[in-house]
Design a protein around this ligand. Structure first.
Ligand code: FAD
Length: 464
């Protein structure tokens, strides 16, 4: 199938946001307002923080300021894999916090269970399906990686099922598969935009005052109150939580730790019953392949396939720009890989193509902290796995702001910071060389060059 033909009519916008169900924006902030807690950012980080703050103390007054529209950024345009992991996967967590891994895995599963319970409690319909995730190997060297931690996985009580070639192809039929590992409980599929809008609605029901199209331009501290200035108003609070992702931060120090990495995705038209039948896929798992440059893919509620990943692009200079949301070279590559994986789908067309920006940090999992004498908290750096983990990060921010010591605040993962990226222009050079090295490793049976091995030894890397 010619990838260009399959892409010819694809709209250049995120599929999830392209629906009449998208709610009208809420009013901008005009004039001065004050609150006990002001949350900045209307992605999952900010929404969960506002919601959980109200659940903890319904009496406190909470304001949320979103610069554009709720869920317009990463939160409304991602793959919708809502993962239990808080550490960008077990292997990364094990590498960095081996002594905490059992606790981190348990906290992650609890977090996912609580997300599921919250959806039920507020009646949020975001097509949540706890199907788990199927990790597949498409090259012999990847099989070893899949099976590396099986003993530990069993000891941790996680429900993972190893699958040989025939078994994995019975779950989902691709001639490229050599084996797989099905994590049956640690991941759910959902519609991320509907989750964001549902959280917005739940926040409003609990009395959070949400302002959209109200970008915070500056933050001032008079020693007691923090004041956040938007184009038409000011919100003052005793406490502030930042859930601003990868965007130019209100706290300068965050610049050193987070870089914008662009990730791209395609959406097909709905599959017919016979096309779906040709795949199997009865259990509807999310799927990830196991190269360093990996694809992720899944079914939607109406049986389209979302197909994304592979290229994780850092644009030299590290800016966030609307024109970076489209990258034809990557869309063509993704389409080519799609038909190589599923030749039985020749003739299927794509309806949407889009990109989005990820807040990557050098340890691949979020970091947390405080400023302004403990009155401001932040969480950032989710590196492509924040759909579920942002709820945990929101709880960490609220713990930190309350001054309480909790199981979460005592974690090394929470207390430690990632290694900062060097400043530009060195930053671009280092990242592009690392991206090149990663691509080379995939071409040479996973063998990592001297540079990647040195980074591994220092616990550093680049991922999406
Ligand atoms: C293409 C793509 C696919 C992905 N797939 C997955 C996946 O399948 N599973 C997964 O777990 N993760 C995935 N991710 C990552 C995931 O989407 C993010 O980790 C998560 O959404 C981060 O949420 P956030 O609220 O921190 O950031 P964002 O969603 O980026 O929200 C930040 C918000 O803050 C607002 N803001 C910033 N600065 C200001 C300011 N000064 N004033 C007011 N508002 C401000 C922005 O307007 C924005 O709305 C993917 C990301 C992309 C781009």
């Amino acid at each position: 199938m010619d990838p260009l033909k399959a892409l010819a009519d694809a709209e250049r916008k995120p599929y999830w946001l392209d629906t009449p169900a998208r709610p009208e924006p809420l009013p901008r902030l005009f004039g001065h307002t004050s609150a006990d807690l002001v949350v900045v950012g209307g992605g999952f980080s900010g929404l969960w923080t506002a919601l959980l703050a109200k659940e903890r103390d319904p009496e406190q007054d909470v304001v949320l300021l979103e610069g554009r529209r709720i869920g317009w950024a990463a939160s409304g345009r991602n793959g919708g894999f809502c993962m239990a992991t808080l550490t960008h996967g077990l292997a990364n967590g094990l590498e960095r916090w081996p002594d905490e891994i059992a606790r981190l895995e348990r906290l992650g599963v609890d977090n996912l269970d609580e997300i599921e319970a919250t959806l039920g409690r507020y009646g949020i319909d975001c097509a949540f399906e706890r199907t788990g995730e199927l990790n597949v190997a498409t090259e012999p060297w990847q099989l070893e990686g899949l099976n590396e931690h099986l003993g530990l996985i069993a000891d941790l009580g996680l429900d993972h099922v190893p699958l040989d070639r025939d078994q994995v192809r019975a779950e989902l039929d691709s001639p490229t598969y050599l084996g797989g590992l099905w994590d049956r409980r640690g991941c759910a599929m959902l519609d991320p935009a509907r989750l964001a809008w549902g959280l917005r609605e739940a926040c409003l029901r609990l009395g959070v005052r949400v302002y959209e199209r109200s970008p915070v331009r500056s933050l001032e501290d008079d020693g007691v109150t923090l004041s956040l200035r938007t184009p038409h108003g000011v919100a003052s609070g005793r406490r502030v939580a930042l859930g601003t992702g990868v965007f130019p931060p209100l706290l300068r120090r965050l610049r050193h730790f987070v870089v914008p990495v662009y990730d791209y995705a395609l959406m097909t038209e709905p599959l017919t019953p016979s096309q779906l039948g040709a795949l199997g896929w009865r259990n509807r798992q999310g799927v990830g392949d196991s190269a360093n440059r990996f694809h992720y893919y899944r079914l939607t509620e109406d049986n389209r396939i979302l197909w994304g990943g592979y290229d994780a692009v850092y644009y030299n200079g590290g800016l966030v720009k609307p024109e970076y949301d489209q990258r034809d070279e990557t869309f063509t590559t993704l389409a080519r890989h799609f038909f190589a994986t599923f030749p039985q789908l020749a003739g299927v067309r794509f309806t949407h193509r889009w990109g989005g920006v990820i807040d990557t940090c050098s340890r691949f999992s979020a970091f947390y902290g405080q400023a302004h004498g403990g009155r401001l908290a932040y969480a950032a750096g989710y590196t492509g796995m924040g759909v579920g983990a942002t709820r945990f990060g929101a709880n960490v921010m609220l713990d930190l702001l309350s001054g309480e010591r909790t199981e979460r605040t005592e974690l090394r993962m929470v207390k430690e910071k990632p290694v900062p990226f060097p400043p530009e222009p060195m930053r671009s050079g280092v990242i592009q060389f690392t991206r090149w090295s990663i691509a080379q490793a995939d071409r040479h049976e996973g063998r990592r060059n001297l540079w990647l091995r040195a980074l591994d030894r220092m616990g550093l890397g680049f991922d999406s």
